[in-house]
Design a protein around this ligand. Structure first.
Ligand SMILES: *[C@@H]1O[C@H](CO)[C@@H](O)[C@H](O)[C@H]1NC(C)=O
Ligand SMILES: *[C@@H]1O[C@H](CO)[C@@H](O)[C@H](O)[C@H]1NC(C)=O
Ligand SMILES: *[C@@H]1O[C@H](CO)[C@@H](O)[C@H](O)[C@H]1NC(C)=O
Ligand SMILES: *[C@@H]1O[C@H](CO)[C@@H](O)[C@H](O)[C@H]1NC(C)=O
Ligand SMILES: *[C@@H]1O[C@H](CO)[C@@H](O)[C@H](O)[C@H]1NC(C)=O
Ligand SMILES: *[C@@H]1O[C@H](CO)[C@@H](O)[C@H](O)[C@H]1NC(C)=O
Ligand SMILES: *[C@@H]1O[C@H](CO)[C@@H](O)[C@H](O)[C@H]1NC(C)=O
Ligand SMILES: *[C@@H]1O[C@H](CO)[C@@H](O)[C@H](O)[C@H]1NC(C)=O
Ligand SMILES: *[C@@H]1O[C@H](CO)[C@@H](O)[C@H](O)[C@H]1NC(C)=O
Ligand SMILES: *[C@@H]1O[C@H](CO)[C@@H](O)[C@H](O)[C@H]1NC(C)=O
Ligand SMILES: [Fe+2]
Length: 601
């Protein structure tokens, strides 16, 4: 079986430069590193007597040649077109392509080693054999290995439930006592598991819900999936956040609980993970990439390149238009990496991205501000239910959010020195007004100090902490680890309980390796402790040299805070109960020295 593994070695998400679209990029239109103003500035006031016409006409040139075109990779935000739009996309994609050959070679070398190992072992014959995929493997592409605990403790219910509060924190919500329950769990079963009934959990604000039923309508690759919805709850006595029930919504529509046999319940959790993994990736594309892209586009068409906000946005979004091209070239294209591993096709990925974006769940801007997003789902400052005892995403992301907000506040205050200065900045006003033609969903319609701080903080947060949570290293380190997180089932979900062998449902050896190849291509070991680490977000000497001096001081403080946070995360270990942040694995994703500061592949 293993002999039939055929690796297409041009698997890379970003190909060699020669594969890039062949639009010629005139040097003058490249946007990287050509800012040679001695300092960034707000547009001069009319009353200053300074002649603004050169600056204004440069903006007009941009607005005339960087246009909004049809979306690609799903129907989400506008995609750049026009001569400058095209050349910008092309330059970004070319720059992205030069990033990756190193990572690709690493993955290829690792594949050769793991393939030999599995062959020597005679394939994957039982659940514990999946450990062979990791033990002394992926030395080049994932040198520091997967998160500690994830391979040893995955049958622990806390590992499953706490992933909803860490590795994909965007799918779960707390139910309100007035909500209608999607399905019932009978009183006896619920009481045996939780000590109380489903309706009591609901009434006390202790019941949580994830709904992936919409995946039932996605195009299948021919492999299999359930379309799970599930309940989680806060235990009335221990306060632990735990799983209660998983419904498959396919075939005989079984409802699984922890009271089932260990095989049945483990399979149910794996089926749920498949759906949640899918959700996390297309949410990531819609909520992070597509939102930041359109905000950037609107800014670029309205702000001078001399404007400090434009300089900041450029710093925070390197190669921002490379990723969707990479996605349609290598990932969601027919026969691409998604088709190769997932239960749903690359085309279905576009459908999921579109749905998540257009519904506002991913596409809305203000309602997805860090705290508002959590509050909207009953996960923060909730008034009717018990507090979540341990909340790793909130714990780690809030540290980064607070530090980002602090730099941004200094930045804004250094340029906008009076309440009227926001109104007087015609370019800023034009950017805010541009949200309408750009169709930025839920963007502020007017701007004052707090609004601008919020916009820029969220821009920086989405591209860094939020992105790292859902993508990049996290995929290989935990989100897609096997056997607990299969991208596809290899047999239809069972019609009856009592499954004795999970192996027929799980990816066979070659498909497992293919899944880990896909994840490995997103890992960025060479970005750890580098000049693109999250701690370095604002640390661009050239940019800071052209900004007000207070911004450089704020950047230095930011770096210090992030390095301290990195040390705290690197020092994490298990407590006496074998838990870290209340989870049976050690989550490292938001270590500011491991995470890149901008959304990368
Ligand atoms: C800025 O750079 C451009 C191209 O790199 C050059 O043509 C121009 O003269 C420079 N302007 C200043 C003020 O240095
Ligand atoms: C501003 O400068 C431009 C180009 O240098 C010139 O054509 C224009 O007449 C000036 N306008 C005023 C009001 O001085
Ligand atoms: C994309 O979505 C927009 C907004 O819902 C809609 O007007 C447009 O027709 C859609 N385009 C395509 C190609 O489906
Ligand atoms: C920009 O690219 C699009 C898509 O490839 C193309 O249709 C359009 O003609 C290009 N526009 C210019 C001005 O090059
Ligand atoms: C609840 O647990 C008891 C004791 O294990 C068992 O006898 C009973 O069948 C369980 N009830 C349900 C509805 O599963
Ligand atoms: C289940 O428990 C609820 C209270 O939590 C009660 O109102 C309901 O009647 C019970 N249902 C059955 C079938 O006993
Ligand atoms: C959350 O609640 C606390 C305490 O009531 C309050 O101080 C804080 O401002 C709230 N946070 C947000 C983002 O609303
Ligand atoms: C794995 O091997 C099977 C059986 O030979 C083949 O059908 C399948 O395409 C292979 N999968 C991958 C990802 O190579
Ligand atoms: C990081 O350093 C590399 C190598 O010196 C350089 O090419 C790259 O532009 C730097 N990136 C940033 C964002 O500073
Ligand atoms: C999780 O795994 C580690 C070893 O990898 C172990 O030390 C720890 O006790 C485990 N935690 C639980 C809750 O089983
Ligand atoms: Fe991404």
């Amino acid at each position: 079986m293993l002999a039939s593994i055929t690796w297409s070695l041009c698997l890379g998400l970003a190909l060699e430069v020669s594969c890039a679209p062949s639009v010629h990029v005139p040097q003058a239109l490249r946007r990287q590193s050509t800012d040679n103003f001695t300092s960034y500035s707000l547009p001069p006031l009319e009353s200053s007597g300074l002649n603004n016409s050169v600056r204004a006409s440069a903006i007009t040139v941009k607005a005339d040649t960087f246009l909004y075109g049809p979306s690609i990779a799903g129907n989400t935000s506008f995609w750049p077109t026009g001569s400058l739009g095209n050349s910008t996309v092309n330059a970004d994609y070319s720059a992205l392509s030069t990033d990756s050959p190193l990572d690709e070679t690493n993955v290829e070398d690792d594949v050769a080693v793991v393939t030999k190992t599995i062959e020597a072992a005679g394939g994957l014959k039982q659940l514990s054999d999946y450990e062979l995929l990791y033990k002394n493997q992926w030395k080049k592409s994932l040198p520091e290995g997967v998160d500690v605990g994830v391979l040893t403790n995955y049958t622990n219910d806390l590992l499953f439930s706490m992933e909803r509060l860490s590795v994909n924190p965007y799918s779960i919500k707390r139910l309100d006592p007035s909500d209608t329950l999607a399905f019932q769990v009978d009183n006896g079963t619920a009481t045996n598991i939780t000590g109380t009934t489903l309706s009591e959990l609901l009434n006390s604000g202790s019941l949580f819900y994830v709904d992936h039923r919409d995946q039932a309508t996605l195009e299948s690759t021919g492999r299999f999936a359930a379309y799970c919805d599930a309940y989680f709850y806060i235990h009335p006595l221990s306060g632990d956040f735990l799983p209660l029930a998983i419904r498959t919504n396919t075939g005989s529509n079984l409802i699984y609980t922890p009271a089932d046999t260990s095989n049945d319940w483990l399979l149910a959790k794996m089926m749920f993970n498949l759906n949640d993994f899918w959700h996390s990736q297309w949410y990531h594309l819609g909520a992070l990439h597509n939102v930041l892209e359109i905000i950037w586009e609107a800014a670029y068409r309205t702000l001078s390149d001399e404007h400090p906000i434009m300089a900041l946005l450029k710093r925070l979004s390197i190669k921002i238009f490379g990723y969707r091209v990479s996605a349609i070239t290598n990932l969601i294209n027919k026969g691409g990496l998604i088709d190769k591993s997932f239960a749903f096709t690359g085309a279905a990925a576009g459908v999921s991205t579109t749905r998540l974006y257009q519904s506002g769940a991913a596409g809305n801007f203000q309602s997805n501000y860090f705290y508002q997003n959590l509050q909207g789902r009953g996960l923060y400052n909730n008034t009717f239910g018990p507090k979540i005892k341990s909340y790793p995403f909130l714990e780690d992301a809030s540290v980064i959010h607070t530090s980002i907000q602090s730099v941004i506040t200094t930045f804004v205050d250094s340029y906008y020195t009076s309440p009227s200065s926001f109104q007087q900045d015609q370019e800023l006003q034009a950017w805010i007004a541009e949200a309408k033609p750009a169709k930025i969903m839920d963007f502020p319609s007017s701007v004052d100090r707090q609004t601008l701080i919020d916009i820029l903080t969220q821009f920086a947060f989405l591209g860094s902490a939020a992105h790292q949570t859902l993508n990049t290293n996290d995929l290989a380190e935990v989100k897609g680890t096997l056997p607990f997180h299969p991208a596809s089932l290899y047999q239809a979900p069972p019609e009856n309980k009592g499954v004795t062998d999970l192996m027929p449902f799980l990816p066979p050896a070659n498909a497992s390796i293919q899944q880990l190849v896909l994840l490995g291509l997103f890992a960025r070991p060479n970005f750890v402790n580098s000049n693109v680490s999250l701690s370095q977000m604002f640390n661009d000497a050239t940019m800071l040299g052209k900004m007000n001096t207070k911004v450089a001081d704020a950047s230095a403080t930011f770096e210090k805070e992030m390095l301290a946070q990195s040390e705290a995360i690197a020092a994490r270990s298990f407590d006496k109960d074998g838990l870290s942040q209340g989870m049976p694995f050690i989550w490292r994703s938001l270590d500011p020295q491991r995470a890149p500061y901008y959304l990368t592949i």
